[in-house]
Design a protein around this ligand. Structure first.
Ligand SMILES: [Zn+2]
Ligand SMILES: [Zn+2]
Length: 77
């Protein structure tokens, strides 16, 4: 998966620790992905159990499939 910097649209260098994050060598910024609900666009709660990751929407009050989840890059401070 190629991630593009939200600031300058350049390709991010993949992060070693975060599968959905990266570093922009142009802006010198780190980014990580935040999961959002595909229905209501609220941030999802990430539930980690036994190596599996589930996404739960507190607004819809139900689990969301990983394939439906919307990832948005946000700067890490
Ligand atoms: Zn950038
Ligand atoms: Zn929702």
């Amino acid at each position: 998966m190629t991630l593009l910097c939200p600031n300058c649209q350049r390709e991010l260098e993949p992060s070693a620790t975060d599968n959905h994050g990266g570093y922009c060598s142009h802006c010198h910024s780190n980014f990580h992905s935040v999961a959002y609900c595909p229905q209501c666009e609220q941030p999802l709660e990430v539930l980690q159990a036994c190596g599996a990751v589930d996404y739960f929407c507190n607004h819809c009050n139900e689990l969301k499939s990983k394939r439906q989840v919307i990832y948005r890059l946000e700067e890490t401070h």
